[in-house]
Design a protein around this ligand. Structure first.
Ligand SMILES: [Zn+2]
Ligand SMILES: [Zn+2]
Length: 501
């Protein structure tokens, strides 16, 4: 996209857009002025107080100023207005971009959702929060309990930064909202179960995902992170599965509330070191009036290399929404290109792993479609008949039921990418082929993720001369996806871009 300030209207589907997403920070660094931060609002709302929710806050005010400034005009009487760009239609009470950005931060943004407490997702919130005023009330900061604990103990602690929260005698400029992982079961019914209010007309539900490994583990009873070998985990030592390895240099034994979070790595000396996973989040954001959704992922690692694979659970839920046509887009990271090896991912994704993850989603979508359509059920039985026909040239489809077992997301062993790709491509293409045949060439069956827009965020800039790293990443993603027949579209948004979904 040549114009970074473009206000792009998505055509993922017919009809009116449901969401507007404004990209304040599309990267994972190293520049501090465009790191992860999105503003999201329902397209059915006007720019009223509390009509926007922010997801991550690496860059906030500076991103708002930069997005607003080129589209502002000031009349002779000093009145400012914005008639183009992502903030078009917003009534501006002040004459400069910085004063209007402060107004947006104070009045228009209802809450800030934080996926995980790394600085590139939190720095803007910390630096910007002092401008909150009493008349606006405290800014709600919503996240999983471990994320709130990290912010509270390691950021807003009167050492790194003043305690601006309304807990422990702080200044009261922000208020923490601890989200229930997987959704709060006390709210909502049916499809709405678990969702909580994010801002006007938007609801959210948060699932935890894994983002690499570390030697600190959150303990819900102390509300703090402790070294995984720490004695605070001793009380529940009986819950340690015998297969778990223990750092024998520690007197205490290890415990994890979710036991799989702990694992071990053998050193050359035979001594073993315990690890925990870094917790990150995936936010399902739901538009109240239409029931349409998007998912915004925090930093995330592939299930195939994770100590605690948790992505599949997100895809299971997402697949039903893709099949129903309600999931419109996902925002997900792809920090590096494919030249990175699995040992150097540091809890992130690259194109081969992102597409392997999307393939899991695609498989689940096909499974949901087959389960819900009588016509498809017929296809399933037909597929079984083919399966027994070992001599058939279409025997590739016999591998379909085994995919979950062979999927790279279920092994901790890194295999060459080409091997996965060959298997993946054969299987998904076989499904599409068969469905096309079953339809007697009536109308071609769309690929499983057709209509789903995938926005790539958190690309790490190399700050080198030459093409931006996003070019190669996009090329690799599109090549993998096309070979696999996924059918989704990839985009890399720019800072200041307004996306209509
Ligand atoms: Zn990050
Ligand atoms: Zn991170």
């Amino acid at each position: 996209m040549s114009d970074p300030q473009v206000d792009r209207r998505m055509s993922v589907d017919k009809g009116q857009p449901t969401f507007q997403v404004i990209v304040l920070g599309p990267t994972g660094g190293p520049r501090e002025d465009n790191i992860t931060g999105l503003l999201i609002r329902s397209a059915s709302t006007s720019w009223t107080k509390g009509s926007v929710v922010a997801v991550d806050a690496g860059t906030m005010l500076s991103g708002i100023i930069r997005t607003l400034e080129p589209h502002m005009t000031v009349s002779e009487d000093g009145k400012a207005s914005v008639t183009s760009g992502p903030f078009a239609g917003l009534q501006l009470p002040h004459s400069t971009a910085k004063a209007n950005a402060a107004y947006i931060f104070r009045e228009i943004i209802a809450a800030v959702l934080i996926t995980h407490p790394h600085l590139d997702h939190l720095a803007g919130l910390a630096i910007n929060t002092p401008i909150v005023e009493a008349s606006n009330g405290p800014k709600t900061v919503a996240a999983l309990p471990s994320v709130i604990a990290a912010m509270k103990n390691h950021m807003f602690n009167d050492v790194i930064w003043p305690n601006l929260s309304d807990e422990d005698g702080g200044a009261g400029l922000i208020t923490y909202q601890r989200l229930v992982e997987g959704g709060n079961p006390h709210f909502g019914r049916g499809e709405l179960r678990g969702y909580v209010r994010a801002c006007e007309n938007l609801l959210t539900k948060c699932l935890s995902v894994s983002h690499g490994r570390c030697k600190q583990q959150y303990h819900p009873e102390t509300g703090r992170h402790h070294r995984v070998g720490s004695g605070v985990f001793t009380a529940e030592s009986m819950m340690v599965p015998p297969s778990f390895s223990v750092d024998h240099s520690d007197a205490g034994r290890l415990y994890s509330p979710t036991r799989a979070r702990l694992s071990s790595a053998s050193g050359s000396s035979g001594k073993e070191t315990a690890w925990a996973t870094v917790e990150s989040s995936a936010f399902f954001i739901r538009d109240g009036p239409t029931g349409h959704e998007i998912i915004v992922f925090g930093d995330i690692e592939p299930d195939s290399v994770s100590l605690e694979p948790r992505n599949r659970r997100v895809w299971e839920i997402a697949a039903r929404k893709v099949a129903a046509g309600t999931l419109r887009a996902i925002f997900i990271e792809c920090s590096f290109n494919d030249s990175v090896d699995d040992n150097s991912l540091y809890g992130h994704l690259c194109p081969r792993h992102l597409v392997a993850e999307l393939r899991v989603l695609a498989e689940r979508v096909i499974a949901v479609q087959e389960a819900s359509s009588p016509r498809s059920r017929g296809r399933s039985s037909k597929r079984k008949r083919h399966d027994s026909d070992s001599g058939s040239p279409r025997s590739a489809r016999t591998t379909l039921p085994q995919l979950s077992g062979r999927n790279p997301n279920h092994t901790n062993e890194h295999k060459p990418n080409n091997e996965h790709e060959v298997n993946n491509n054969a299987n998904l293409n076989a499904i599409v082929e068969e469905e096309e045949e079953d339809n007697n060439q009536a109308s071609p069956t769309p690929p499983p993720l057709a209509g789903l827009a995938v926005y790539i965020i958190h690309i790490k800039d190399t700050l080198c001369d030459g093409p931006h790293p996003s070019e190669q990443i996009l090329q690799e993603l599109r090549a993998h996806s096309e070979a696999m027949g996924l059918g989704c579209q990839f985009y890399v948004p720019k800072q200041g871009e307004g996306i209509w979904i």
